[in-house]
Write a protein that binds this ligand. Sequence first.
Ligand code: AMP
Ligand code: GLY
Length: 403
Amino acid sequence: MKVLLVGSGGREHALAWKLSQADELTELHAAPGNPGIAGLGSCHPVRAEDGEGLLALARALDIDLVVVGPEAPLVAGVADELRHAGIPVFGPSAAAARIEGSKQFAKDVMRAAGVPTAETLAVARPPCVLKADGLAAGKGVFVCRNQPELDTGLRSVSAYGNAVVIEELLEGEEVSVFALCDGMRAVALPSAQDFKRVGDGDTGPNTGGMGSYSPVAVDAEDIIDVVHRPVLAELAARGAPFIGTLYAGLMLTDEGPKVLEFNCRFGDPETQSILPRIDGDLLGALAASASGDLGDANLAFADGAAVTVVLAAGEYPERGDTGSAIDGIADAEAAGALVFHAGTALHGDRLVTNGGRILDVTARGEHVADAREQAYRACELISFEGMRYRRDIALERGIRAVP
Ligand code: AMP
Ligand code: GLY
C-alpha cells in the first residue's frame, strides 16, 4: 500500500514512524513532511492546505491511502477534494470537521446528541471560559477565574475577530479519548493526557501541548459509548458521517466526564505517546476506516506506558525560533528514546530549529514513572539555544497517579 501522509509536525512524524513498520506498506510519502519524516519516506514540497497540489501528487504517485494529520486542511475540505477524485482518505469531510472548526456547531451537535458538556452562558461573568469560534491552534481559549482574568480574556479573545462562546468553568482532571471512526463505528485508541499550559504546575498561557502520557486511568470504552458514538450518529444523521480520528477533550468532573472540545484528528502531542503503545495493525485500521468498514480492525494495545516531553523554543507560545542548531538527538535515541521532529529544518546538513514546539521526546517503560524517568534523561542529552520544557510531565497527581 502506498501512503501519503499530510502534515509536518511531531504527530505526523509519529504516524510516519508507526506506519513505516506495517508489512503492507510499500511506499511512504509525506507532504510537506519534515526532516524526521524524511528519514522514513519521501517528502514532497506541497503544503498541507493545498488540496489541488495534494490531489495532483496523490495521482502522480498512485497513492492508495491519504492520511491527513492537521485540522486546518480538513476544515478547509482537502479530504473532500481527494475523496471526490476517488482517493481513499483517512480524515473527515469539511462538513464533519466542523465538530472542531466551529465551537458553536460542536455545542449544537452535543446538545442534539445528549452528550455531557459545559453549559453555554449568555453573559461573561467570572468564573467562566471564553472561546473564540473557529480554529486557533489551541490558543483561543481563556479561562477566567476572576475579574482581572476576564478583562484580559475579553481583550485577547476579541483579537480573533470571531464569535465568542462563553462557557461554565469546569474543574477536574483532563483526559483525551480518541476513536478511529469509519462514519458509523468507533474503535478506541489508548487514552492519554496532555499538558496544555506552558509552565510547570499548569501555569502560564495555553499552548498546543507541552507533553503527554498514556495510559490514563479511565475506561475509554465507557466514554466512547456516551460521547463518541452519539456524536457519530448525530453527524451521520445530518449527512456528515465522520471518517477519521474523533478526539474528545474531556474534563472528569464530580458529575462525570464532560466534553471541553472535539478535534477532528489525532492529538499532538498525545499521538506521540499513544502510537508506541499500539501493537496491532494501525495502517490496516486507518485503511479500513477510510473505506467505511472498521468491522474487523485489529488494534491490540501494548502493556506498559509511554511519556512524551515537548522541547520548545525559549519564547513559545508567544513566538517560535528559527535557525538555532540542534544537538544530541542521536545520543537521546541511543539512550532508548524516540525523538520526533515537530519544528525543525535543515540548513545544509545541519538540523536547526524551525517553529514553536521543536522536538518531542518519547520514552516507553513498564510504568508511567519509568517511562517518565527515561524521557527526561533523554531530554537532558538534547540542546538548542533557548530550549525550554516542563519538568512535571506525567508527574503523579490526581488521575496522573497511574500505576
Ligand atoms: P479547548 O481548546 O476547548 O480544549 O480548550 C483548551 C483548554 O482550555 C482545555 O484543555 C482546558 O484546559 C481549558 N478549558 C476549556 N474549556 C474549559 C471549561 N469549560 N472549563 C475549564 N477549562 C476549560
Ligand atoms: N493536544 C492538543 C491538541 O492536539 O489539540
